[in-house]
Ligand binder design. Structure first.
Ligand SMILES: Nc1ncnc2c1ncn2[C@@H]1O[C@H](COP(=O)(O)OP(=O)(O)OP(=O)(O)O)[C@@H](O)[C@H]1O
Length: 456
């Protein structure tokens, strides 16, 4: 498509309680400036007069309560203003579990809730928990993570759907205050190892308990949990699988409100199961939520892993000066990862459970599995078919230093301190090349492999 040196900006006047929905196409970007009035992107307010750029196939909406004028400069995009409904509040510190089918807008609801809590001016920093391993969150796809959010979550790119975090962002960024805590599940499908999912959800819950135990203010701000669509429905998600993981979340995060987004049957199921002891609310699916297909989701995975290592700078449309990306100056957002060759023996790599095993439910009654779903199996890099080339590895926190505190399955309970990718395997010299976000040595570290891969 032909692009002139200076893209022509176009103004839109939005009526009160309406939103302008837009989709940025691959390889394109747009900049939106609030000219007059007040407006927000999924609860994050825009500052008047500042161009905000959006890229990496971002799909979002500018919403206004009281009406506003926005100016858009774009390369390729389409959209239209549509009226919207309103959200509501609660008296108790909310511990909210958001459930809903694929493309119902769960993550967007989480962002809006968090952003409104942050904007309340009470100094709240709600705990946002992501137990959807297909969503990168602040880490990479395959992780389950949680972070206390003290500033609005910006939406500007699919590469960092929940805002950039200290693990990957340069230290000068405002978003650097965000310190996520993550466990590695290693797959994007919750059905791949639901026992492990269950355990990691409970681990995250314990971590949050510890954190909030000595932090009454943190507790007041509440907990908001984003879940995968397989908790609601979807191919292969048996009722038992779903209910087990929903229960794990309710126990682990001491949920007091379940929000079901646009799914009447699930709402009835949750009312029956939990309605007597906690609040179950059904909210309608927004007409603006975009249906994301498999290939789009794969591209988004790539954007997220690339962003983890390299950061992301969205090129503003021609003619747009001093644009910001989610409120941050564009030049701050490049990262410089390190690529180093390490000896096979430097890093101990494990896989949790055997790659090819069937789920326990598929085994004949009474049959024992040779490798349990939860057993760590050492991966030998010198074996052909190790699956290491291009694999994303999670580097784990160290084991307990006190021998008396050590236990057999400790590796399952270690949190992640960073992610690396194996970019080359040299079996003859017993070396592998590792792309890492930092220069730090990996000697003596323990890593976990899953089924997720990435190639530049
Ligand atoms: N009102 C809106 N206007 C425009 N785009 C929107 C709106 N609400 C949500 N979206 C976009 O629709 C897409 C899907 O929304 P979201 O990720 O919140 O759904 P989800 O239910 O969490 O998805 P998943 O199926 O991955 O669990 C996202 O790209 C989001 O930015």
């Amino acid at each position: 498509m032909f692009e002139s040196e200076t893209a022509t900006p176009r103004q839109w006047v939005l009526e009160l309680e309406s939103e302008y929905r837009f989709e940025v196409e691959a390889g394109s970007s747009c900049a939106i400036t609030l000219v007059k009035g007040r407006a927000e992107v999924f609860g994050a307010e825009l500052v008047e007069g500042k161009p905000y750029v959006f890229g990496s196939e971002c799909k979002a909406a500018i919403f206004t309560w009281l009406g506003c004028t926005i100016e858009m400069t774009l390369r390729k995009l389409h959209g239209s203003p549509v009226p919207e409904g309103e959200p509501e509040g609660s008296t108790e510190p909310p511990r909210v579990l958001i459930l809903g089918p694929e493309n119902s807008g769960k993550t967007t609801v989480c962002k809006i809730l968090v952003n409104y809590a942050v904007r309340s001016g009470q100094g709240w920093a709600p705990m946002l928990v992501n137990v959807d391993p297909s969503e990168g969150g602040w880490a990479v796809p395959g992780a389950l993570s949680a972070a206390a959010i003290s500033g609005p979550i910006a939406t500007c790119s699919t590469a960092n759907p929940l805002g950039s975090a200290a693990t990957s962002a340069p230290t000068t960024l405002a978003s650097n205050a965000l310190l996520p805590f993550a466990y590695w599940y290693g797959h994007d499908d919750t059905k791949k190892n639901s026992l492990l999912m269950d355990r990691l959800i409970r681990n995250l819950g314990m971590h949050i308990d510890d954190r909030l135990g000595n932090d009454p203010e943190g507790r007041t701000a509440g907990v908001i949990v984003d879940t995968p669509s397989s908790f609601a429905s979807g191919p292969g998600a048996t009722t038992e699988h779903r209910q087990k993981l929903i229960k794990a979340c309710i126990d682990a995060f001491q949920i007091n409100v379940i929000l079901v987004v646009g799914h009447e049957k699930l709402n009835v199921e949750m009312q029956r199961a939990y309605g007597s002891r906690l609040t179950v609310v059904k909210i309608p699916k927004s007409g603006g939520v975009v249906e994301l297909d498999r290939s789009y989701r794969e591209r988004v995975h790539n954007y997220q892993v690339h962003n983890y290592f390299y950061g992301e700078v969205i090129a503003p449309p021609p003619g747009v000066k001093s644009a910001t990306q989610g409120g941050e100056t564009l030049t701050d957002l490049n990262l410089a990862p390190s690529s180093t060759a390490v000896n096979f023996s430097d890093l101990k790599i494990y896989r949790i459970g055997a790659e090819t095993m069937a789920p326990s439910s598929a085994l004949p009654i009474g049959a024992a599995r040779v490798v349990s779903e939860m057993q760590p199996v050492a991966v030998d890099p010198s074996q052909p078919g190790s699956g290491l080339l291009n694999a994303i590895l999670a580097i784990l926190a160290p084991f307990h230093t006190d021998e008396r505190e050590r236990y057999d399955e400790e590796i399952l309970d270690l949190n992640v301190i960073g992610f690396v990718v194996v970019t080359n395997l040299d079996i003859a010299h017993k070396k592998m090349t590792i792309l890492s976000p930092t220069q730090g040595s990996l000697v003596g570290r323990t890593a976990l492999i899953g089924s997720l891969e990435w190639q530049e």
